[in-house]
Write a protein that binds this ligand. Structure first.
Ligand SMILES: C[S@@+](CC[C@H](N)C(=O)[O-])C[C@H]1O[C@@H](n2cnc3c(N)ncnc32)[C@H](O)[C@@H]1O
Length: 249
């Protein structure tokens, strides 16, 4: 469970960057009925509602869903855990999933389900991080290692097999989508480093949960190490890299 308030203040300022490109991709076709997949605190929902879409938002985390429901009462919200979706076939003109596909336990089954709920000609747009170009988060592991903690390997994910643009494009094709492609975008994320540490350790998910499980003195040593390692990014911001997949049913 992620604390939605902490997520909204910190991590959502990072994920918000791809909302416009994502929605531009799905708006290539007329897309009044839009599914926001893994809505979190509703950054995509908010932008899609502002564009006049009829938005349904789903998430597997009840706290996140309740946050979105409260913040965006004009969206329909449903609790749903990928790869399954509680919707009839062909009910959406567009599906936009901002930084959720990497969490789905079965990527091929998830794409098959997204294909099912989209109408013929409907559009799909999905984003995910290029993990090895994300010092804002990877420096957490470096900081922990620098104070002597053993390196904790990233938990394996089904998505690891599809994270490259070539592999994901091939999977889109195998799943029945046409015109599939994956773009790469880079930007700078400018934050106050001390505030970012608080937000990212509290909301970065199971990958970095081990940090806050340490005793208070160790956490403080990791924090100091993180702030030192991140200092070169204080002025210009952290470089960030994400992939954006798009396709048509
Ligand atoms: C990194 S957050 C992105 C949230 C939001 N889309 C954004 O751009 O800020 C990932 C979201 O996916 C949700 N999620 C994770 N696994 C999921 C699954 N199997 N099915 C549906 N949602 C899932 C999480 O609860 C979380 O809200």
């Amino acid at each position: 469970m992620t604390n939605p308030q902490v997520y909204a203040r910190g991590f959502a300022s990072l994920t918000a960057h791809t909302v416009d490109p994502l929605l531009n991709l799905v708006r290539k076709s007329r897309a009044p009925r839009l599914l926001d997949l893994g809505c979190g605190t509703g950054v995509v929902t908010a932008a899609a509602l502002a564009l006049g879409a009829d938005v349904t938002a789903v998430d597997s985390d009840l706290d996140m869903l309740e946050y979105t429901a409260r913040a965006h009462p004009h969206a329909a919200v449903r609790l749903a855990a990928l790869p399954e979706l509680p919707f009839p076939e062909g009910g959406f003109d567009a599906v936009a999933g901002n930084f959720v596909i990497q969490h789905a336990p079965d990527t091929p089954a998830t794409l098959a389900e997204l294909h099912r709920v989209l109408r013929p000609g409907g559009t799909l747009a999905l984003s995910w991080w290029k993990r090895d170009e994300m010092p804002a988060t990877t420096l957490l592991a470096d900081a922990a290692a620098s104070v002597g903690l053993p390196k904790v390997p990233d938990p394996p994910r089904d998505f690891d097999r599809y994270t490259s643009p070539a592999a994901f494009t091939a999977l889109l094709k195998r799943s029945g989508f046409s015109g599939g492609a994956v773009d790469t975008i880079r930007w700078r994320h400018r934050v106050d480093l001390a505030t970012w540490w608080d937000d990212v350790t509290a909301a970065a998910g199971p990958r970095f949960a081990f940090i806050l499980e340490q005793d208070a003195a160790t956490v403080e040593r990791i924090r100091q190490a993180y702030l030192a390692l991140a200092a070169p990014y204080a002025e210009q911001g952290f470089p960030v890299c994400a992939h954006l997949a798009h396709a048509t049913r």
